[in-house]
Structures are given as structure tokens and as C-alpha cells.
Design a protein around this ligand. Structure first.
Ligand code: ASP
Length: 591
């Protein structure tokens, strides 16, 4: 039987087709029976069209079910004025059906598509294809596709070459756990799925490619966390003979183009502000500060040099720091203040949070008021610029890093709760000059803050690791890290210094990255690059709340796929072929 072949998309129906015979095809979106006449909203990817089935002409339409796929032939007519639907681009027309065909009959659905909001996420992920039929989800898929197209055309114009790198590869240096793929040809050996194309893109620079990019899939077997996916996508770039400014300028141009095209508002700033890591951390307690509001951290050590509060005194004597946020002009209730104390202690890892308000005469009003001098406000004005009696001071004391991190988290939540965030703009900024390495107290060793191929500024003293500054940069937008990169090490001797510092011995370095080390001695140009998280970017641009909304087939929070039921056990035959034996088994959640 030959099917009716679509002659026009629903959303493309227009005035000039009035009186013509059309064949439309799609899903039965809505169905109504008005005194025997059946009205169907037919949906395809382009939009919705009303079909009218007169039982005298087409008698079988009453049996059509929601989401069945049909093709319908008919004559396009204008609707009567009172039945025009102004909300629909095709709301002036209807197709008077003369014949139709059911291309696929839908059973009763597991959930009603127009009630998807009320349906449990698990059910929607199991029937992902039903959920994806919504207009909103289709728009998100399209936006992501357009975004990739825009990036590709921008980079193509700038003479970048798009190159795919292997998925079956070797462990890469991003520091997360690898996903492994056992090799059948070499039992006991595994490929690692790339955590990023880092080593390959550097090798491409050694290969003479001067500008590389790829929209690359990356895999990191990290612990479960909200808004994480085990596989995600990056726009990955690398260039030779450049410095950090070249990379940053190019990215700024690209983001301006992207914002002009897709964001609610274009970016006005000519260049993005740049903050060193040290400055960002001391002012905002974060390396990805949201600068759409002030509420900066103040160092108030001086205020407590002579204090009677023994724990603050002890903190200073131990070399710790005391930091404070000054929330302006909000009259906070006691219960709200206690709520912040408990949030800071239970969720932000603070040992304590002090708050100080002031009464009308300017005297401190706080659980520790009796330990504070009457002229506390006057003294505070010297270290907290502009503080007045109508403000509230939140104070955290302890070692610098952890106290400032607590204040950084509190800053963001206070701003959200008290609506301090200027939502009318998007605030980009570069964070630069990260420390090259971080000391891990538990493991008692240095770890690379980015990865071990990040270079440090020339003339650095390798004997003082804590002073080494990385030529690394992150791009931040509205408090979210969009991506980051660095200028790389391209000389073998420097690479060796880095490995020595990280305690990676010669054998292990050779085993893991031998190919790259050798390339560093066979004509390696200076180079650097960057990578941006595409999922997060799509999330920001489509105003989505979850990373799963911008991925066609996401995994659950437990990293399983409810639609295909992956991961799943494999047969003992398959394991035997790979030289493997299963000693532990667990069943992933199913629906
Ligand atoms: N490979 C790094 C990452 O995935 C980015 C870069 O340094 O280019 O985070």
C-alpha cells in the first residue's frame, strides 16, 4: 500500500494555499468531537494545523487516538471568524479532510504529554522520546544545534580545523576516574575513554595543525552529584604560537557572537574584566564569582586584635583570618539569622557563623554583644567601608581558604534570598593567574590545579611550589564556570620539573604520557588552548534548570539510562572473551 506523501509541513500552511489540496502528516496532538464532527490538532516538527473530519466524508476519524501518526489529505479553507485561534500561527486555517491514513496507531500513553510537568522524572526518562516531543524540548534541541553551528562557522572563518580524536584511547590527565573498555585482542589491557582530548590536541600542535577545534565528548567517572553527567560535551580548542591574550580575545569575540544570536540580551562590554585568582578569592571567596552584585568579603582581622572573644583571638594568633559580609539595609529577623548560622554550619562546612546587627543608637546587637565594645560600629567603619547601623555583619573565622569559601557560598545565597542579583545583565569575566599546584594535606603531596601540562610564568622558582603561578585562565559567566584552559608546557625539561614536583616518577610518566614527552623533543611549537562545557552553555542560553534538559538522552542522577537500561550485565561468554571474571554485581535502578 502506498502511503499518502506529505506535501507541506503543518507550520508552513499559509494564505496562498487556500483552496489547494494538501497532504499533511504528523501526530494527533489534540482531539475533539463537536456533534459528530471531529477536530484534530495535527502536530509535526514545524507546528500545528487543525484538521476537520466530517463523518459524512471520512467516517472513521472518531477512533483516532492521541499521538497516533497519521497523514491526511484535504482542502485548505479559512476558519469562520469566531473560530480563529490567534495564539497559533496557522490559527486562521483548517484542512477539510477528504481522506486519511493511520501510519502508526498509538496505544494508551504512559503519560499525557500536556501534563508532563506533573509526571515523575523517572517515567519521562524511560519514555524519553515522548517527553522530547514537547515544543519546549524541541526548541532546546534546536538551540543546541544552532549553537554548535554558530561555533563551527565562527571557528571555520578563523581558519580552525575540526578534527576528531579517538574515543578508545589512553588515560588523559584531567584527574578524574577513567571509564575503561577492556580489549578483546589483548586480554588484561584496557582502553580509557578520554576525560578530554587534552593530549591529542597537544599532539595535533606537534603535527603542524596550528588551529584545532572539536565538539568533543568527554567521559569522567566522578562521584554522583547534581547537574553532573558521566559523559558531557566540550568545545575544545588549541592553537600554536599564541599567548593567553590571543586565546581570550578570540573567545570573547565568539561569545559576543553567540550572545548576540541566542541570549536574551547582547553583551555590551567591549572586553571582559580580568581578575587574578588571588583577588577573586579574597573579594568573593570563589574562583567563579558572580559579579552581578557586590556584597564583597572584608578582612576584619584588625577589629578583633584586642578582642575578649577568645576563639577569635586564638584564630588570629594561629595565623587564621576573620572575614565578614556586610548585608546592607535589610532588617533580618532573629529566626532568619539563626537559619543562616545553621545553613553555614551544616551545609557550608563552617565551624561557626557570627552575626552582628546594631540598635538605633548604633550599639551592637548580637549573641556576642557583651564582648563587643560600644563603639564597635565606628571601629568597623575603618575596615568595612560604608557600614551603617541599618546593616548586618556576618562573620566567619578560621583558616583563610575554608573561611573564605564559607563566606563565598553565603554571599551567593544571601544575594539570591534578598534579590541583590542584577538579572538584567550577564556578567562574564576571566579568572587568571591560578596557583600552578595545590598541596593536599591528606596525601601530603602537590597536585596540579589544572593539569600537569599547564605552564608557569617564566623565571619561576621551582623550589617554592606555593609561589608558582599557572598560565591558566577560566571563563566565568554569572557565577558559573563556562570553561578554562592554559598555555602549555612545550619543553621537555620544564615538563620534567612539573612531574618531579607532582611526584610522578620517570617510569610512570613514560608509561602514561611517553608519546607526548617524546614529541616535546621532536619539534614542539609553543601552544595553548581552552575548552568550554557545551551542556552548561546550552543550559544558560535556554534558561534550563537541569543539565538533563539540554541533553537528548541524559543519564539519571545515578548515571543509568532508564530508556535503554544501561548499564547492564553482560554474558559470561562475553566476559570470557575479554579474559574477565565478575566478582561483584549490582543492579542499577530500573523503572
Ligand atoms: N583539557 C582541559 C579540560 O578539559 C581544558 C584545557 O586545558 O584546554 O578541562
Amino acid at each position: 500500500m502506498s502511503h499518502l506523501k506529505r506535501s507541506l509541513h503543518c507550520g508552513h500552511v499559509a494564505e496562498k494555499k487556500i483552496g489547494s489540496e494538501l497532504i499533511l502528516a504528523g501526530w494527533v496532538h489534540r482531539w475533539r468531537d463537536h456533534g459528530g464532527i471531529i477536530f484534530i490538532d495535527l502536530r509535526d516538527n514545524s507546528g500545528i494545523m487543525q484538521l476537520v473530519f466530517d463523518p459524512a466524508v471520512v467516517p472513521d476519524a472518531h477512533s483516532l487516538r492521541a499521538e497516533s501518526v497519521i497523514a491526511a489529505k484535504g482542502i485548505l479553507e479559512n476558519r469562520t471568524p469566531e473560530t480563529i485561534n490567534k495564539d497559533l500561527p496557522t490559527g486562521k486555517f483548517e484542512l477539510k479532510v477528504t481522506s486519511f491514513e493511520v501510519l502508526n496507531k498509538a496505544k494508551a500513553l504512559p503519560f499525557q504529554l500536556d501534563e508532563a510537568e506533573k509526571v515523575a522524572e523517572d517515567i519521562k526518562l524511560t519514555y524519553r522520546y515522548l517527553d522530547l516531543r514537547s515544543e519546549e524540548k524541541q526548541k532546546t534541541l534546536k538551540l543546541r544545534s544552532d549553537l554548535c553551528f554558530e561555533m563551527r562557522s565562527f571557528l571555520h572563518l578563523h581558519e580552525f580545523c575540526e578534527i576528531e580524536t579517538p574515543i578508545l584511547s589512553k588515560s588523559t590527565p584531567e584527574g578524574a576516574r577513567d571509564y575503561l573498555v577492556p580489549s578483546r585482542a589483548y586480554p588484561g589491557n584496557c582502553y580509557a575513554l578520554p576525560q578530554s582530548p587534552q593530549t591529542y590536541k597537544q599532539i595535533l600542535m606537534a603535527s603542524g595543525v596550528e588551529k584545532y577545534y572539536q565538539i568533543a565528548r568527554c567521559f569522567r567517572d566522578e562521584d554522583l552529584r547534581a547537574n553532573r553527567q558521566p559523559e558531557f560535551t566540550q568545545l575544545d580548542m588549541e592553537m600554536s604560537f599564541i599567548d593567553e591574550r590571543d586565546v581570550q580575545d578570540l573567545c570573547e569575540d565568539m561569545f559576543k557572537k553567540i550572545w548576540d544570536k541566542f541570549a536574551r540580551r547582547p553583551l555590551k562590554d567591549k572586553t571582559f574584566p580580568r581578575l587574578t585568582y588571588a583577588e577573586a578569592f579574597s573579594r568573593f571567596g570563589s574562583d567563579k564569582p558572580d559579579i552581578r552584585f557586590d556584597l564583597e568579603i572584608n578582612n576584619i582581622d584588625k577589629l578583633f586584635e584586642q578582642t575578649k572573644l577568645t576563639f577569635l583571638k586564638a584564630t588570629i594568633e594561629r595565623g587564621g583570618k576573620i572575614g565578614a559580609l556586610c548585608l546592607k539595609d535589610k532588617n533580618l529577623s532573629r529566626s532568619e539569622l539563626e537559619g543562616w548560622v545553621s545553613r553555614a554550619m551544616h551545609d557550608f562546612g563552617a565551624k561557626g557563623l557570627l552575626y552582628v546587627r546594631f540598635d538605633e543608637s548604633g550599639k551592637p546587637n548580637s549573641p556576642v554583644a557583651k564582648f563587643l565594645p560600644d563603639n564597635f560600629l565606628e571601629q568597623a567603619q575603618k575596615v568595612v567601608p560604608g557600614i551603617t547601623a541599618s546593616d548586618t555583619l556576618f562573620i566567619v573565622a578560621g583558616d583563610y581558604k575554608s573561611s573564605w569559601e564559607v563566606l563565598g557560598k553565603l554571599r551567593v545565597e544571601l544575594a539570591q534570598k534578598h534579590e541583590l542579583v542584577d538579572e538584567s545583565k550577564d556578567a562574564f569575566l576571566w579568572i587568571t593567574d591560578f596557583p600552578l599546584v595545590e598541596w593536599d594535606r591528606e596525601d601530603k603531596r602537590w597536585y596540579a590545579m589544572h593539569h600537569p601540562f599547564t605552564s608557569t610564568v617564566e623565571g619561576s622558582d621551582w623550589n617554592k611550589p606555593e609561589t608558582l603561578i599557572a598560565r591558566a585562565y577560566d571563563l566565568v559567566c554569572n557565577g558559573e564556570e563556562l570553561g578554562g584552559g592554559s598555555i602549555r608546557i612545550h619543553q621537555r625539561e620544564i615538563q620534567q620539573k612539573m612531574f618531579d614536583l607532582l611526584g610522578i616518577n620517570k617510569d610512570s610518566a613514560k608509561e602514561k604520557f611517553g608519546f607526548l614527552l617524546e614529541a616535546q623533543e621532536l619539534g614542539f611549537p609553543p601552544h595553548g588552548g581552552v575548552a568550554f562545557g557545551l551542556d552548561r552553555l546550552a543550559m544558560i542560553l535556554s534558561d534550563a534548570n537541569s543539565i538533563r534538559d539540554v541533553i537528548a538522552f541524559p543519564k539519571t542522577q545515578n548515571f543509568s539510562c532508564l530508556m535503554t537500561q544501561a548499564p547492564s550485565t553482560v554474558g559470561t561468554d562475553q566476559l570470557r572473551e575479554l579474559g574477565l571474571k565478575c566478582t561483584k554485581a549490582a543492579t542499577p535502578p530500573k523503572n
